[in-house]
Design a protein around this ligand. Sequence first.
Ligand code: PMV
Length: 333
Amino acid sequence: MTSLLPATAVAHPNIALVKYWGKRDEHLMLPCADSVSMTLDVYPTTTTVQLRPDATNDVVIMDGRFLRGESSQRVTRFLDLVRTQADSRDRVLVDSRNTAPVGVGLASSSAGFAALALAASKAFQLSLDHRALSRLARRGSGSAARSVFGGFVHWHAGTDYAPDPDFASYAEPVTDTRLDLALLAVLLDTAPKPVSSREAMRRTMTTSPAFHRWLAATRTDTALMRGALRAGDVQAVGEIAERNAMGMHAAMEAAVPPVVYRTSASHHVLRQVRRLRAAGERMWATMDAGPNVKVLCLPGDAARLADQLRRLSHRPVLVARSGPGATLHRGEA
Ligand code: PMV
């Protein structure tokens, strides 16, 4: 007998330092390679899940609006995984609130599916450990596997030789580091992505001659990134993160037809970052499936570098720090 108490969870977006780009199994959301990220302390998503045993449909409300069509079906397909694990047929009401402005490119789906995984598993009274929760969140959106944890996080691609490949792909916190980083997000554009990351990944993998070279480099970058984090070497972390992200964009841009997220405004900011770095600043750029440029730096330099970037780009610059993993709301733990 499942409880009818609503469950509420909060999760934050994460930024990948070694990127996830390409799935070896689209259904199970198994990535081609490991990735490493930092969970942020900005833009939490808060999601409440309430069972509706007598209802025939799930109802999904996002930021006060009913979701319909493919976005709502994506949530229902995810909830079906939870229902299967809980051996339940109950439909639910999902009420999710994002605090990020739409399209800031801070992977709000990572926070969204991490919060939904936690709230839904609690509402269905599944007792999942963190690893199982990460696997579940992965099925909603790959990067959500990492937002289950705070701080630096390593998502293992797993292996197809494992008895159950789904079981072998989960994230876990990186505990052997004391490095503290800040992230500056230069908000150039908040329009929706021209190509969804799902379609863009598919196209890059199947048509870009540069993809396999990037993937091979990424496998090395993960090991190098873990070493740099362990050593607290901000320069190595920054250099690996920047070249990994730029390589990912180069691979996308070599796809047919090209997947182009970088705009002239992105290139302008990337040039400023390189120029300031040549003048002695410790700052490195990264980008995701959108035009916004994010900059890694030390927390003590963040306010000053954010001011410089605001002046040079004439755009808003958000300052983020390391944030917590997904949590149940007070009173429901
Ligand atoms: O989880 P998705 O499907 O939103 O893909 C995220 C892909 C990148 O943000 C570009 C890279 C990453 O590792 O987060």
